[in-house]
Design a protein around this ligand. Structure first.
Ligand SMILES: [Zn+2]
Length: 291
């Protein structure tokens, strides 16, 4: 068991599973485009219903209809972190926040909220369907995850292993750091003037780098003992969501001009860069902003 402390804190979790979401006509990634497509993992691939078939094996209805107290009781039961994906993801989220809180010297770290949803949900960035994959919305400072979709994505794109889930949560919290540090606002302002694609890729690689830095910091602090196998799972997951890999798989060809997140090699390298430095500041220069 990689987590040294077994306590699961659900206070930052907004569990919307089983609540449904209005008319399916309202679904779609379109609303997200206004505020922050750049922060959406996989949106370019799975938007437009491309991921709908993946949802057929969505069996993650566990936890549906639970109160916060019930969720807390279930996730704090013996063996829950190993057994239940949602408890594992919440635990990862707890540890990610705990480590970043210690890195914010002089200012207070405010954790993002973690929202679990199924099929679709409304956010301050617009309405989102599961097709967009896990994402972060800067306007409401929340990480959105459909667990059933996460499992299907892992199967589809070969990002195997539990630590792949931790990597995805850490990547999304990396976008939250960009909001807290002001990078996200500066990028949005610069996108109209400069190379929007380079900025988008830089933002994504930086989030990967933050995920790597977190892994090393958590390991060092004793929050999470990362094994060689888990490091491999994270690196494989980062590579699995590279634009070239996804384009090859979904379109049968690679078109670098339409990349938004970076290649498999770039994403793997970015994670490793943060991991080896064990410091978020190693990730700063990945976003091409003039100072
Ligand atoms: Zn991202």
């Amino acid at each position: 068991m990689p987590f040294d402390n077994q306590n699961v804190d659900v206070s930052g979790v907004d569990d919307r599973r089983g609540r449904g979401f209005g008319s399916p006509i309202a679904l779609g990634g379109g609303g997200l485009g206004i505020v922050g497509v750049i922060v959406v993992l996989l949106i370019n691939v799975l938007g437009g219903g491309g991921g709908a078939s993946l949802l057929s094996d969505n069996t993650s209805s566990q936890g549906t209809g639970e109160t916060t107290a019930q969720l807390s009781a279930r996730c704090n039961a013996e063996g829950a972190i190993e057994r239940d994906d949602d408890c594992y993801v919440i635990k990862s989220y707890n540890e990610i926040n705990e480590v970043w809180a210690t890195q914010f010297s002089g200012s207070t770290y405010e954790a993002p909220r973690l929202v679990f949803f199924e099929q679709g949900t409304s956010t301050a960035c617009g309405n989102a369907s599961s097709d967009v994959g896990p994402f972060y919305c800067p306007a409401d400072r929340s990480v959105y995850i459909d667990l059933g979709f996460l499992a299907a994505l892992q199967k589809q794109f070969g990002a195997q292993g539990r630590y792949a889930q931790t990597y995805i949560v850490a990547h999304e919290v990396g976008h939250h750091l960009q909001t807290l540090t002001g990078t996200e606002a500066r990028v949005r302002a610069a996108q109209g003037r400069g190379d929007a694609q380079a900025l988008s890729i830089g933002v994504e690689l930086q989030a990967d780098c933050y995920a790597g830095a977190w892994s090393a910091l958590a390991n060092r602090a004793g929050n999470f003992s990362i094994s060689e196998r888990e490091l491999d799972q994270a690196l494989n997951a980062a590579a699995a969501v590279g634009d070239d890999r996804i384009q090859q798989k979904t379109q049968g060809r690679v078109d670098p001009e339409s990349w938004t997140h970076g290649s498999s090699q770039q994403r793997r390298d970015a994670f490793l860069r943060g991991y080896q430095a064990a410091n978020g500041s190693a990730c700063t220069s990945l976003v091409p902003l003039s100072s």
